[in-house]
Design a protein around this ligand. Structure first.
Ligand SMILES: O=C(O)CCC(=O)C(=O)O
Length: 291
């Protein structure tokens, strides 16, 4: 008797991902596990009271203090807690990624972006491909919502179809990498077509690594926490150095080691050399006027 693997996505959802560059799957992870993820995250935020500035685990806001912690990001969460590792390496998310990218998958990185109520920072318009180019475009990121994502708590916004367009420069006029698209390029984008991914906790959204996306500040009273894991087809070979410093970087998490590196024709813009440590998207984006 042959058994068929469970499928999570319909043919329409898969076609929609390739057409639009993004996909949402509501309520993939059950409420109990999401509540446990929030509890684990609360423990990390408590721990952050003991640091004054960003370190190997925490990216903290300039206003962060022991009495009022403001964590913007937990770096490489899959390395720091078994439940985060389960999401990254064992959860149904991996099955869904194989349905989009094929049976052999590499892990790229994990991060947990926290937007605290009324203090959560925006993430400026950018494309992930500008940070970690690969030999082909089968690279994506999956965000798991630990809280409901709403229009006023900084849900991620995406520009459908933009993954089929150019990779915009993420350097400013002084050739500094600022981790965001320049204002004049943004002005030419039709952002009236943007989709804000408002979804309940436990849902995931997936975006292609060339897709233009961003998120607004959190103006609500509650938190918006988004656990992101990025993956690549096993035959998509990174063109730049490991920016994560994680032992899991590039690990084969499904399938078999590739016989070839598959290449998409054309040039890929390179990021700066992050091999001695990637700082922070928040610092980079706040760093310089993008004109
Ligand atoms: O946290 C967010 O809303 C945006 C996340 C994102 O685009 C990133 O971290 O690259």
């Amino acid at each position: 008797m042959t058994t068929t693997a469970q499928r999570y996505l319909t043919d329409e959802q898969i076609a929609g991902y390739h057409r639009d560059g993004y996909l949402a799957v509501p309520r993939l992870i059950d409420a109990e596990r999401v509540a446990e993820l929030r509890r684990v995250t609360d423990v990390f935020v408590e721990r952050s009271r003991g640091i004054a500035r960003s370190d190997a685990v925490f990216d903290v806001d300039p206003r962060h203090s022991a009495t009022a912690p403001i964590v913007r990001r937990i770096k490489n969460p899959a390395d720091h807690a078994p439940l985060y590792a389960w999401v990254a390496l064992e959860s149904p998310i991996l099955d869904i990624v194989t349905e989009l990218l094929g049976p052999s998958i590499r892990f790229h990185h994990s991060k947990l972006n926290l937007k605290g109520g009324r203090v959560g920072a925006p993430v400026e318009v950018h494309q992930d491909a500008a940070f970690y180019p690969h030999s082909n475009d089968d690279v994506l990121a999956v965000g798991l919502l630990l809280d409901d994502a709403t229009a006023d708590n900084g849900a991620m916004a995406v520009l459908p179809g933009s993954h089929r367009g150019p990779i915009y420069t993420h350097f400013d006029a002084q050739e500094r990498f600022v981790g965001g698209v320049r204002d004049d390029d943004i002005a030419r984008l039709d952002r009236s077509r943007a989709v804000v991914l408002t979804l309940p906790a436990g849902s995931i959204h997936i975006h292609h690594y060339r897709l233009v996306h961003w998120s607004a500040p959190n103006t609500s009273a509650g938190d918006r926490r988004l656990l992101i894991n990025a993956y690549a087809a096993a035959d998509a070979v990174p063109l730049a150095a490991d920016p994560t410093g994680s032992p899991r970087y590039g690990q084969l998490v499904r399938g078999t080691y590739p016989a070839v590196a598959r290449r998409t024709a054309g040039d890929m813009p390179m990021p700066p050399d992050f091999s001695r440590g990637y700082t922070s998207i928040y610092e980079l984006q706040g760093d310089a006027a993008k004109t």
